[in-house]
Design a protein. Structure first.
Length: 265
């Protein structure tokens, strides 16, 4: 009997957490419940000392076809335009959970990643994309802008001009185009995608956990700090790592010409 939970998690013996968006019958469209569960899975990966990397993928043919479209609600009155635009929702909390995670996140983009699914994919650190997959923002075709951090990350990946082009057109890019644009890191045959992503995660898991946390925090913060503040943050992180047991082990292993044995201390 198949597992019907909408978000599946499994941690392998190497410390890689595989998180699967599991509603293949609707191409893994995100419901409110799923957003909460995915946020919880990301937070769990971040705080568990036995998890060193996370791989995110979708069940079936799709990665994520966007947010589930459902009925409205509300009190019957419409707030002013500024409030209508400025309201925060689950997408904000989930994008922040990605940003604040303390382990590397690898996106295994197994199928269409569109709309909200595009934003979720861009929140990952590294994206491996199946040769059959497509990605893009279709929001403009629905009279919308973007969410899930897509308009934050896309210009940082492809440049502002290309970001305008993709958001304005609402077009989907195939796997090769995603790599050409800089949205995905590499194309992988669909039947090998998850194995490749897990192998990448295990490479990270074999390294220094605190070092990966440090560099991920640096990269997440580098876009929002002045150069002066960033260099102060960078050096304070490096000083802490130099004083750690893993930092000392790295130098010992180099001097002794052997592979380091990192413990996350």
């Amino acid at each position: 009997m198949s597992d019907e939970r909408p978000i599946l998690t499994n941690v392998d013996e190497h410390g890689v957490m595989l998180v699967t968006i599991n509603r293949p019958e609707v191409m893994n469209a995100l419901s409110t419940e799923m957003m909460t569960l995915l946020e919880e899975a990301i937070s769990e990966a971040s705080v568990r000392d036995d998890v060193y990397a996370m791989v995110l993928t979708g069940a079936g043919r799709g990665f994520c076809a966007g947010a589930e479209i459902g009925g409205g609600g509300g009190d019957g009155g419409e707030p002013p335009r500024r409030q209508r635009v400025d309201r925060r929702g689950n997408s904000t909390r989930m994008a922040l959970a990605f940003s604040e995670c303390d382990v590397p996140i690898i996106g295994a983009i197994n199928g269409p990643a569109v709309g909200a699914g595009f934003g979720v994919a861009l929140c990952c650190d590294v994206r491996l994309i199946a040769d059959t997959a497509r990605m893009g923002s279709i929001f403009i075709k629905r009279g919308l802008a973007a969410d899930y951090g897509a308009a934050y990350w896309l210009p940082r990946l492809v440049g502002i001009a290309k970001a305008h082009e993709l958001f304005y057109s609402g077009d989907l890019l195939n796997a090769e185009e995603c790599v050409e644009w800089g949205i995905a890191n590499r194309v992988v045959p669909a039947d090998q995608l998850v194995d490749e992503a897990l192998a990448y995660g295990r490479m990270i898991a074999n390294g220094p956990p605190m070092g990966y946390t440090g560099v991920r925090r640096m990269l997440q913060r580098s876009t929002d700090m002045s150069m002066t503040h960033f260099l102060e943050y960078e050096w304070s992180t490096q000083v802490a790592l130099l004083a750690s047991e893993d930092g000392k082990e790295g130098f010992r292993a180099f001097a002794e010409r052997r592979d380091p044995q990192f413990q996350g201390r």
